[in-house]
Design a protein around this ligand. Structure first.
Ligand code: FES
Ligand SMILES: [Fe+2]
Length: 369
């Protein structure tokens, strides 16, 4: 898992000004709520007084009040009120990390890291979202009892379609991959992907509805950062499906996936639910496979798997991950777990670059390969 990327926190309608929402992300807890103007606020959940959970507290005006002794924190994470010393300004160290937020596609995202704005990897921009001639299904989320990188790799993997999705009209992917090795293209610095022609035949009635089974199709996937996956199925110039998965690593064995599904045909809204059903059926086939992978996390060394030509996009994804590890952005799981229950820490926010005096240390990170 990596800091310094945008992560989905919750669907827009899950975050309100009425009550805070406690969210586990990157194996840490944050609290999300809206201020009086409706802007989403995401703070580290651990109160720096004596470790209360802000997520169990109350929203008071634009602040969140800790459930334990009522200290209040504003949208910048600064403590504005300490009930037992109501006439004294809270000390400078009375602050928690506050993460930049963006609300887009019906999702609230937070930038979980300390990079200044100009250096931040961007949130993936879906050009087709809201564009004329495109229809987007309502965004929704589902959980996967698996490590998020396994899920992204599954999305970058063409060769499984024939076996995991036998009714989806891709019976000859293996043959196609023998004839046309995958050409991985790069869109540095945030990812790589491919588009691959294949012969779609033998689709079930349901997936024929989606356009499969009518000859030559182009399909492909790309990743953007560690946790965004984009897949395209192009049946023809006028018939395309576009799917974007914003993945939230909850912990090392659980992922919440925010799914946006678009199309530039079958634009009638009445088709939405049918398409959601078909997509969830396909996703269900992936879920049972990905949840059963051993080990849960992708191995650290490619020598611990036997990768082939068809796995090139996965190797490439891992090279990008290695690059971000070299930047010092990878969370050190062993060291984090060794202090679990004994010491609290927080994902560093941008203010740590400019302000001193943080009560909690930053989460342990690998120093780079
Ligand atoms: S622990 Fe939060 S106010 Fe005391
Ligand atoms: Fe799949």
């Amino acid at each position: 898992m990596y800091i310094n990327f945008w992560y989905p926190i919750a669907l827009s309608d899950e975050i309100s000004n009425d009550a805070p929402l406690k969210v586990k992300l990157l194996n840490m807890n944050v609290v999300a709520f809206r201020d009086g103007k409706g802007s989403p606020i995401v703070l580290s959940d651990t109160c720096i007084h004596r470790g209360g959970s802000l997520g169990l507290g109350k929203i008071k005006d634009d602040c969140i009040e800790c459930s334990y002794h009522g200290w209040q924190f504003d949208n910048s994470g600064n403590c504005t009120f300490i009930p037992t010393q109501a006439n004294t300004k809270p000390p400078n160290r009375a602050k928690v990390d506050s993460y930049p937020t963006q609300e887009k596609y019906g999702i609230v995202f937070a930038f979980m890291g300390d990079l200044p704005e100009a250096e931040r990897p961007p949130l993936y921009e879906i050009e087709e979202f809201g564009a004329e001639g495109w229809r987007t299904n309502r965004v929704f989320s589902f959980e996967l009892k698996a490590y998020y990188e396994r899920s992204v790799e599954n999305g970058m993997d063409m060769a499984h379609n024939e076996f995991v999705h036998p009714n989806q009209g891709a019976p000859a992917v293996g043959e196609t991959l023998r004839k046309h090795p995958i050409n991985v293209e790069h869109s540095p610095p945030w990812g790589c992907g491919f588009l691959q022609p294949f012969n779609a035949t033998g689709a079930s009635e349901d997936t024929k509805l989606m356009g499969a089974g009518e000859g030559s199709t182009v399909a492909g996937s790309a990743h953007h950062g560690p946790n965004t996956l984009i897949t395209r199925i192009i049946f023809s110039a006028e018939r395309q499906f576009l799917q974007v998965f914003f993945e939230a690593p909850v912990d090392y064995g659980l992922t919440r996936i925010f799914f946006i599904n678009m199309r530039d045909w079958m634009l009638d809204p009445e088709q939405d639910e049918k398409l959601i059903d078909i997509n969830m059926q396909i996703a269900g086939e992936d879920v049972s496979i990905v949840e059963s992978l051993n080990p849960v996390q992708t191995p650290d060394s490619t020598a611990r798997e036997l990768l082939t030509e068809a796995d090139k996009p996965i190797v490439c994804y891992r090279e990008y991950l290695d690059g971000w590890e070299s930047n010092g952005w990878k969370i050190d799981r062993e060291s984090l777990e060794s202090q679990l229950g004994k010491a609290a820490c927080a994902i560093p926010s941008p203010s740590r670059r400019t302000e001193k005096g943080w009560v909690l240390p930053a989460i342990p990170l690998h120093t780079g390969k």
